[in-house]
Design a protein. Structure first.
Length: 268
């Protein structure tokens, strides 16, 4: 039992949805730098290709065992695209060790102006299609599982799915709360098939989704954090590596708050 084998993801096949930008890009880099083969998927084909090229360049210049990044674009808001992605991956790989369900969207608007279309968009992408894709990829995940090393599903949730958020993002917070419960349901359903299901309930990270908020109230957010900062790429990548390695093999149905303690702070 040594640290190199305990936390290793070398040689694992990983799919990161929304893996070209923001938190997904941070996660993709963490896996590639540590020897995994990472498929990066989002509807932005150019961003997927760019991210794969950049990560492969980093990997080739690293002294650690090189991983690999492969672009596999898909519009994951569409049921047909989820099935197409799963079919394409099945043609290329015999097994999938890790699925990171990260693709998502947000929508902020006042209560009186909040549109019905926001609910349709966010509940579909942030929740329903997570189930669709997971369902489609279950055979590949099951094929990778062994008695001592289950396959892993990591859902990127949010602290806004745990607490009542400060911002008016009604559909987003509701979709993430739903995702958290879906992850627990999947943990019970898929555990006997050798697949774990866990959530990273993320707080603020430097991403496109958070950019406007950080520009407006970034200093206040940092000041409100018990650690005095927001998340870094190492934080979310490290959490994913733990959950995907032997060290995290007995974690199932957990919701890990990855927010530095921000969600524990009272507003009263």
């Amino acid at each position: 039992m040594d640290i190199n084998s305990l936390f290793s993801v070398k040689g694992k096949v990983v799919l990161v949805t929304g893996g070209a930008k923001g938190i997904g890009r941070m996660i993709s880099e963490g896996f590639v730098r540590n020897g995994a083969k990472v498929y990066i998927s989002s509807r932005d084909a150019t961003a997927c290709n760019t991210a794969a090229q950049e990560l492969n360049a980093l990997s080739s210049s690293s002294t650690s065992p090189p991983g690999q990044a492969v672009a596999l674009p898909a519009d994951l808001s569409k049921e047909s695209e989820c099935h197409r992605l799963a079919a394409t991956l099945s043609e290329r790989e015999k097994q999938l060790h890790v699925l990171v369900n990260n693709s998502g969207a947000t929508w902020g608007e006042s209560f009186s102006e909040y549109p019905d279309s926001a609910w349709t968009k966010l509940l579909t992408l942030n929740l329903q299609r997570v189930f669709t894709l997971t369902q489609s990829l279950a055979p590949l995940l099951e094929a990778a599982s062994t008695a001592d090393a289950p396959s892993r599903i990591i859902h990127i949730g949010s602290i806004d799915g745990i607490r009542v958020p400060v911002l008016s993002n009604f559909a987003y917070s509701a979709s993430k709360a739903g995702l958290h419960h879906l992850a627990r349901h999947l943990a019970v359903e898929l555990g006997p098939r050798g697949i774990t299901s866990n959530v990273l309930a993320c707080g603020p990270f430097p991403s496109k989704m958070m950019a406007a908020t950080l520009r407006a109230v970034g200093d206040e957010i940092r000041a409100a954090s018990p650690l005095g900062r927001i998340g870094s790429p190492e934080d979310v990548a490290g959490a994913c590596l733990f959950l995907s390695s032997r060290a995290g093999g007995f974690v199932n149905g957990a919701i890990l708050r990855l927010d530095g303690g921000i969600s524990l702070m009272s507003k009263m």
